[in-house]
Design a protein around this ligand. Structure first.
Ligand code: 13P
Length: 259
């Protein structure tokens, strides 16, 4: 983390919590963050679609310093796409950040880099910020292919975006073998890949975009490992799964400077 980039810590709830549980969790998070609120960190929560309206209303009525996010979107703004939700619908709910290309969407729902690129482009078009996910499997890492895999995902996922657009978005590096396994990448390995992502942005877009783009690490982030991750020069935040479901744990992660 360098002070030039504002840290961003995001809670990806995945398919957990109905809208009642979501309200309770966000109230508790707000309470736990206390007077200091987010301590100079942008805090985003990404509940399931069915919770968004309830959480939006709560954040607005209590003027919370918590930013609403979504976990996915389709790329068209409307039409005959049964079951899909559009970026403009999310923007209307004051959603500000949208995760795209999470490895679970790639693995279970067949999302390709091309689809990720369409989604990222559509999110920006609707005035929101994409959190574009990338990361290698264990087999790819063991075969020495981690960098080339992530390199390809970043180039293809962000293809045709301008340098200004890339500089304003968030990339989340989430090694698949570290997701939900309790097995975090070492801070050094996470830093090395985040530095590599930044160098790809410099090569393809511009030095300014590389200096500005915020890069999160994700994969078994907990209160006990966040501080070390955040000392790394190219890690600007975290995309947190399991630990974000517990407001105490998530607040402790957000307040990493205090422990
Ligand atoms: P865990 O923090 O549960 O490993 O999940 C990481 C993740 O996939 C966040 O998007």
């Amino acid at each position: 983390m360098t002070e030039a980039r504002t840290p961003i810590i995001s809670g990806n709830w995945k398919m957990h919590k109905n809208h009642f549980e979501a309200i309770q969790a966000v109230q508790k998070l707000h309470y736990r963050l206390g007077e200091e609120e987010s301590d100079g960190v942008v805090v985003t929560v990404h509940p399931p679609f069915t919770d968004l309206r309830s959480v939006q209303t709560l954040i607005e009525s209590d003027r919370m310093d918590i930013v609403l996010g979504a976990q996915d979107t389709y790329w068209e703004s409307e039409g005959a796409f049964t079951g899909e939700v559009s970026p403009t619908m999310l923007a209307k709910l004051d959603v500000a950040y949208v995760i795209v290309g999470h490895s679970e969407r790639r693995q279970f729902f067949g999302e390709t880099d091309e689809m990720v690129n369409r989604k990222a482009t559509a999110v920006i078009g609707a005035g929101m910020t994409p959190i574009v996910c990338c990361g290698e499997t264990l087999e790819e890492r063991e075969a020495g292919q981690a960098e080339s895999k992530v390199d390809g995902q970043v180039r293809a996922g962000l293809a045709s975006l301008s340098a200004g657009q890339v500089g304003a978005l968030v990339v989340a590096y989430e090694p698949i073998w570290a997701i939900g396994t309790g097995r975090t990448a070492t801070s050094e390995d996470a830093q090395a890949m985040c530095a590599h992502i930044r160098s790809v942005v410099a090569d393809v877009w511009s030095a300014e975009a590389a200096a500005a783009v915020r890069i999160q690490y994700g994969g078994s982030v907990k209160p006990g490992n966040i501080a070390d991750l955040m000392t790394q020069a190219d890690i600007d935040g975290a995309l947190v799964g399991g630990a974000s479901l517990n407001p105490d744990e998530f607040a402790a992660i957000v307040q990493f400077r205090q422990h």
